[in-house]
Each structure stands twice: as C-alpha cells, then as structure tokens.
Design a protein around this ligand. Structure first.
Ligand code: GDD
Ligand code: MN
Length: 382
C-alpha cells in the first residue's frame, strides 16, 4: 500500500511542474515515504498536461489526470483524491508558493489527528512577501470563517494540507466541488474534526499567474453559508429569496417608470374594481419578472443555467406563467385569510389583518414559485 498520495491541481503551470515534481519526489524519498503524485490538469492551454505526462512516462509514481471540459480547483482536487491509492492524501499548489519541504513533517503529524494544515499562521509560519492587499483579503476571509465556523485552525484559507484517506471517504459526497476553499470544506463538514498545523513561509510565485479573481470572494461567502447553514435552508433558496427582494424594487421602479416617464398614469386605472391593476402596475410586474428571470438564470440556478436564445424564450415564458400563478396564489390567500379574519375575529384590527394575510400570501406564493421553478424552469438535465 502506498503511504501518501499528493494531488497537484494545475492550470497553466508548465514552467513550475518540472521544477516542483522532482523536488517533492526527492524530499519524500529521503523521508522514506512511499508515494504517488497525481497532477490534475484542466487541459491547460500552455500544455501543462503534456509536460506532466512526460514526467509520468519516466516515473511510475507520477500520474496525470487531464480533464477536458472541466474547470475548478476544488473539483480537480476531488477528482485527484477519487483515484488516489495512498493511506493519506495531500494537496499542494503547483506554483511553489507552498513549501514542499515540510511535507514529511505534516505526514508524521497526521498519525494522531485527521488533518494537518500547512499554515502561515502557525509557529515558524509567515506570509513572506505576500502583497498587503492579498494579506488583508486572506486575513479578512479567515476572520469570516472563524465567525461562521467554530474551527480551531489559524489558517483555514490554506490550499496546502494533508488528510487521512478515511476523512475523504467520510465527507467526500458532501463537499461542494465548485469552490476554491476545499480545506474549509473538510474542516467544516466533519463534526469534531481534529486538525493540526505545521508552519511554513508563503513564497512568491515565480512563473505563471494567479487564478484568483473577483468572483472568488463571492463564491467564498456562499461556500461559508453553505457549509454552516446549507443543511437547514438551501443556498439556492436563499439566492432565490434575494433575487425576489431585488425584484420588489425593480417592480416598484417599473411602476414609477411607467407612470412618470412613459406617461401610463391613469391608463386602464380602475380604482374601484377589485383586482384590476393599472397598466403601470402590470409594467412593473413584468419588468421584475424579466429581471428576476435573468438573475435566477445567471446566479440562483447558474449550475443548470439555460443557454441559447430559443431555450431562454421558452424558459422565460415558463417563468412568467409561474410568476402569474404565484400572484394568483398570493391574492387568493390574502383574500381568503382576510375574510376569515373578518368573520372570526371581527375585533382584530383590519389594518393588521390585511398585512398579515398578504404576508402569508407572499410566503406561500414564494414557496410555491420556488418549487415550480426548481422543478420545471430549471429542472436538471434540461
Ligand atoms: N486543475 C485546476 N483547475 N487547477 C487550478 C485551477 C483550475 O481551475 N485554478 C487554479 N488551479 C491551480 C493552480 O495552477 C495552482 O497550482 C493552484 O491551483 C493554486 O492556484 P493559484 O492561482 O496559484 O492560487 P493562489 O495562489 O491565488 O491561491 C492559493 O493561495 C491561497 C492562500 O492565500 C491557493 O492555494 C488557495 O487555495 C489558497 O487559499
Ligand atoms: Mn498561487
């Protein structure tokens, strides 16, 4: 049995791989650890996979996974671990920012815990020449993690760690593969995890460039939520709710726009007729249905995003029908509940009764809409 499987996720690291891999091999050999190195490359345009394959032809301990049509750091790590044969698994960046010389120490420390973090915050650790901005981001993210998750780790942002194979097997299916912070997933998903830290000084990237981008901050906050509260209320529903709240403002803006700019004022207006809204109200409603559709498609349900013009038209029509259905549910519940209030609790303030009834209507309509949209508009495999 191999003792240790080291995963190296890569994207455009062709200049780093031929330096890093031999260095790791030498260190692990010296420490008498039997190992395999698994490079997981997402079909890098710079041909990292080709360079890695050349190394693997000369050395059986080096394996390569070349993924086509798939991108992402966490999912690359998961795919690597999925085929790993070692008793312990490790992850290290390809760009030599992580100090591979502490690997033997990390593996030793793993003997009496579940996970060992290569840490910039532990003794003998440091951020090196990390730019002020990146340091600030990293520390803010760490603080957020500490507030949300009760994790006894000083550097939960690290991308450098080793875990027991058993930990991977236990939590693998709960891990969100769409992220950058896979360590956080392991720490957050396993109850009562016993982590340790080994310090190292973060080095500067020599070749290639970072893949960090703005959307990573956004993904990070969503990942924190998902790890902490996802099992109570799904992240998708939260996003759907946020979209809905934004939609309320769009809706009001649409009404204002139609009234003041398009001069729809008083058109079709029938004050005394129940349920007959003015044109401006309809305009606001449709505008918000449109903006909600776009936001839901690109954000809430981005994993099953509808693509192509024709399919989007069909999707929008479906979403529209469901939204109108929601409105009917809302109005019916409001009306029905209001009547009940008036008949059974005639002393209850009618002002409160109407708001309370409408709130119930809104909540039921939201839940119903969500259910319908998830199953019909953005059903998987569509
Ligand atoms: N297969 C694959 N697919 N690998 C990827 C991808 C991807 O989509 N994106 C990045 N990588 C690889 C890079 O080639 C590199 O080996 C490693 O993942 C880290 O990517 P960097 O672009 O160097 O990230 P970073 O230096 O900004 O962030 C690192 O430091 C953070 C600590 O501040 C990472 O280790 C983070 O995980 C870590 O939190
Ligand atoms: Mn890096």
């Amino acid at each position: 049995m191999i003792e240790f499987s080291l995963i190296i996720p890569t994207f455009n690291e062709s200049k780093n791989i031929p330096i890093l891999v031999p260095s790791i091999a030498e260190i692990l050999e010296k420490a008498k650890i039997t190992f395999e190195i698994i490079v997981v490359d997402d079909n890098s345009p710079d041909g990292t996979w080709k360079i890695a394959e050349e190394l693997s032809e000369k050395d059986d301990r080096i394996r390569v996974i070349r993924r086509i049509g798939k991108r992402g750091l966490s999912s690359a790590v998961l795919d690597g671990m999925g085929v790993a044969r070692g008793n312990a698994f490790g992850v290290i960046d390809a760009d030599m920012q992580h100090d591979e010389s502490i690997l033997p120490k990390m593996i030793n420390e793993l003997a009496d815990c579940d996970l060992v973090v290569g840490s910039r915050m532990a003794e003998e650790g440091g951020y090196g020449e990390f730019s002020f901005f990146r340091k600030l981001m990293s520390k803010t993210a760490t603080l957020l993690a500490k507030i949300f998750l009760p994790i006894p780790v000083a550097d939960p942002m690290s991308g450098f760690f080793v875990i027991k194979r058993s930990l991977f097997r236990e939590v693998a299916s709960e891990i969100n593969p769409r992220g950058f912070k896979i360590l956080l997933e392991f720490l957050g998903r396993k109850k009562g995890i016993r982590p340790k830290e080994v310090g190292y000084v973060f080095r500067n990237r020599v070749h290639g460039e970072t893949k960090m981008s703005g959307s990573i901050i956004h993904n990070y906050i969503l990942a924190l939520y998902d790890i902490r509260f996802g099992k109570y209320v799904s992240l998708t529903f939260i996003k759907y709710g946020i979209t809905g709240v934004i939609g309320i403002f769009v809706n009001l803006f649409g009404q204002y726009f139609a009234n003041e700019i398009l001069n729809f004022k008083n058109q079709g207006m029938a004050y005394r007729e129940y349920f007959k809204p003015s044109l401006s109200v309809i305009f606001g409603f449709e505008l918000s249905v449109f903006s909600n559709y776009i936001l839901n498609n690109t954000w809430t349900f981005s994993e099953v995003k509808i693509q192509g013009f024709g399919k989007n038209v069909a999707g929008f029509i479906r979403f529209n029908v469901i939204s109108i259905l929601g409105l009917i549910i809302q109005l019916s519940v409001w009306r029905f509940s209001f009547e009940i209030f008036q008949v059974n609790f005639p002393d209850f303030y009618p002002d409160y009764a109407t708001y309370l009834s409408n709130l119930m209507g809104i909540l039921l309509a939201t839940a119903g809409n969500y259910f319908l949209n998830r199953n019909f508009t953005w059903s998987k495999g569509d």
